[in-house]
Design a protein around this ligand. Structure first.
Ligand code: FES
Ligand code: FES
Length: 159
């Protein structure tokens, strides 16, 4: 099958890659561009480890053909920090000990950051719903929810 050109932005930089049309977004992010913070877990749209943000919405990158992202803006976990400073949700995860093995953490952070960008004074249930597509095998959910809640309560600011 002939390769096609994909032009898109990842973490604010422009990229052009030549890929087979059936290449998944997660493959391009990890294998072509080297953003290995995005994890491959189940590859069946169940675990959320591969979650990235596409035009601001959280998307499971194992469920999307990369070519569908033509002209779009993708953010991976590597794109959350600004000028070497961690984002509010990253700092809050650190302070709340919201990870154990850390495999799910990049996807959790991406789902949480998309939610926080839109959320206005959310309830705890809404926070839980925001990460319902992300599985943590270590069951660290309570500390993850507390970390997201702290950011939505304005306890962490962009530096
Ligand atoms: S690897 Fe994409 S949802 Fe599990
Ligand atoms: S911290 Fe281990 S899977 Fe979530």
């Amino acid at each position: 099958m002939e390769k096609q050109k994909l032009s898109f932005k990842v973490n604010n930089d422009e990229y052009e890659v030549y890929i087979h049309p059936k290449t998944l977004l997660v493959e391009v992010i990890r294998d072509h561009l080297g953003f290995t913070g995005t994890k491959r877990g189940c590859e069946t749209v169940s675990c959320g480890a591969c979650t990235v943000n596409v035009n601001g919405a959280s998307v499971k990158s194992c469920s999307v053909l990369a070519i569908q992202c033509e002209g779009m803006e993708v953010t991976t976990v590597e794109g959350l920090e600004k000028n070497g400073k961690l984002s509010p949700i990253q700092k809050s995860f650190l302070d709340h000990g919201s990870y154990q093995c850390g495999f799910c953490t990049p996807g959790m952070l991406m789902s949480a950051s998309a939610f926080i960008a839109e959320a206005k004074d959310p309830t705890k249930d809404q926070i839980k719903e925001s990460i319902e597509g992300n599985v943590c095998r270590c069951t660290g959910y309570n500390s993850i929810v507390r970390a997201i809640e702290a950011v939505t309560q304005g306890k962490y600011k962009e530096e």
